[in-house]
Design a protein around this ligand. Structure first.
Ligand SMILES: Cc1ncc(COP(=O)(O)O)c(C=O)c1O
Length: 460
């Protein structure tokens, strides 16, 4: 410690106040053992007191063993049993307890993936190779690197049934960024858009950014309600059919057909956000809407859930008229996606690493999902309803207790568990019971078990 300043009170001698201040800092561990204290002169200068005053304070600390003097070096702090002091000091202890209870031990965040199984070695190797290429030192193609667009086209055909070619694919940095760009070319023809309620708030933000008016399609835990679809005004619709955000339901094939027939009649467009279709645990993934009818579907996918959110890569497949408009509009804009990540991802896919990674992660996430839901059922019984356990990297829990969503979040935090709200997804409706969002992809099995136990202590 080089120096210290603090305000003196008027009713106690200053040397005593300096002594008390240092004693407290040492006991609470703010100044560590063997740390050097300011010299008598330095301390007197910074506190604007006489040297005699600081000398008297240090003498008291020396006498009580808090500090020691070392010849020609100065004063140093002795090792003291901080825990012993904490127990004696009640007010300090209660503050400390409060703080440690609010420390986050388990964070059920949804926007994270498993770090331990990330293919670090392979990714690093390929990234290093990419860095040796001459083209890595340029800007790159405006609509994305051809190598990556080709790989994405092959992947979409194999895994999602979408027949497309590299030229109809645009690479971007995030779903929201693509929606904002799309908005620029759609807003003149389409003044409004239908969004799911509840639905992805990030997409709504992007539409509202352009001033689109929003019409809502009600969605329930069992799926979307299409009964009013034919009386809807707007001709654009944004949906998450493979894994509804946030309920997690998949749109059945009959509804997909209905939606396609409806959009054909309307001559509008469906914006299909296929954001984490890779992780379906109970059945094969459903084919994408874009595989049924590509002319009226704008398809969006990303690498955030299936690979790494920080890689900031996503793609969209555009029907021809929209593609032409898009390319004309953004011809003179540089790509927003990292060239290095694009080239590395292209190699990663080409070498089969991508398919291997998804397969491995699907198995591990399926096990985590089973572990998580079985523990929740065991600990909570009928007090919780689990929503969306068939797919994805998070679940929702409907809580049948007398607490609001906010209260559930606060109570969990008191026990060191961070959980997330769902009210942000609702537009014109709200659920009959609070629903909490719990992501698990980045947690290991023991952490999931511990998190559930802590939640039980917090909520039951
Ligand atoms: C519905 C939905 N779409 C897309 C994304 C991915 O967004 P980004 O491309 O910014 O990672 C998310 C992320 O949580 C999401 O919930």
């Amino acid at each position: 410690m080089k120096n210290i300043i603090f305000a003196f009170k008027s009713n106690t001698p200053k040397y005593k106040q300096i002594y008390e201040q240092f004693k407290m800092l040492i006991e609470q561990g703010n100044i560590h053992a063997n740390e050097q204290l300011p010299s008598i002169r330095e301390l007197a200068n910074s506190l604007q007191v006489s040297r005699n005053t600081t000398l008297m304070a240090y003498d008291l600390l020396l006498a009580e063993g808090y500090i020691r003097g070392e010849k020609r070096k100065g004063y140093f702090v002795n090792k003291v049993e901080t825990l012993l002091f904490q127990r004696k000091n009640n007010s300090f202890q209660s503050k400390q307890t409060e703080r440690s209870l609010e420390r986050v031990l388990i964070d059920f965040r949804a926007g994270a993936v498993d770090q331990k199984l990330f293919p670090l070695k392979t990714w690093r190797k390929l990234y290093n190779q990419v860095l040796t290429l001459e083209k890595s030192y340029l800007y790159g193609e405006a609509f994305g690197e051809i190598q990556l667009r080709e790989q994405v086209a092959a992947y979409l055909l194999e895994s999602r049934g979408v027949k497309t070619d590299a030229n109809s694919i645009i690479i971007g940095s995030s779903t929201q960024q693509m929606l904002v760009y799309l908005g620029h070319i759609l807003k003149d023809e389409f003044p409004g858009i239908i969004v799911e309620d509840p639905g992805f708030d990030g997409a709504r933000e992007a539409f509202q950014f352009h001033g689109f008016s929003l019409e809502t399609l009600p969605v329930f835990e069992s799926g979307a309600d299409f009964s009013k679809l034919h009386s809807m005004k707007e001709k654009l619709i944004y949906v998450t059919p493979s894994h509804h955000s946030p309920y997690g339901v998949s749109m059945p094939i009959q509804q997909r057909q209905t939606l396609i027939n409806w959009i054909n009649k309307k001559e509008g467009y469906i914006l299909e956000d296929d954001y984490d279709s890779e992780f379906r645990y109970t059945q094969q993934p459903f084919p994408a809407l874009a595989s049924i009818h590509s002319e009226r579907v704008i398809y969006l996918g990303n690498f955030s859930k299936s690979f790494l959110p920080g890689v900031r890569l996503c793609y969209m497949v555009l029907p021809q008229p929209i593609l032409h408009r898009y390319k004309n509009r953004f011809l003179h804009f540089e790509s927003t996606a990292s060239l290095l990540n694009q080239l590395t991802m292209a190699e990663f896919m080409k070498e089969g690493e991508w398919a291997r990674h998804i397969k491995r992660m699907r198995t591990i996430y399926r096990r985590k999902m089973q572990h998580f839901t079985s523990h929740l059922k065991k600990q909570f019984g009928d007090h919780l309803t689990i929503i969306g356990e068939q797919s994805g990297l998070y679940i929702l829990v409907k809580v049948h207790l007398n607490y609001s969503e906010e209260r559930l979040i606060q109570r969990a935090l008191k026990y060191g568990v961070k959980v997330y709200p769902t009210n942000i997804y609702f537009v014109n409706r709200s659920p009959n019971r609070p629903i909490i969002k719990l992501g698990f992809a980045h947690l290991d099995f023991d952490e999931i078990t511990q998190g559930v136990k802590l939640l039980k202590s917090a909520w039951l």
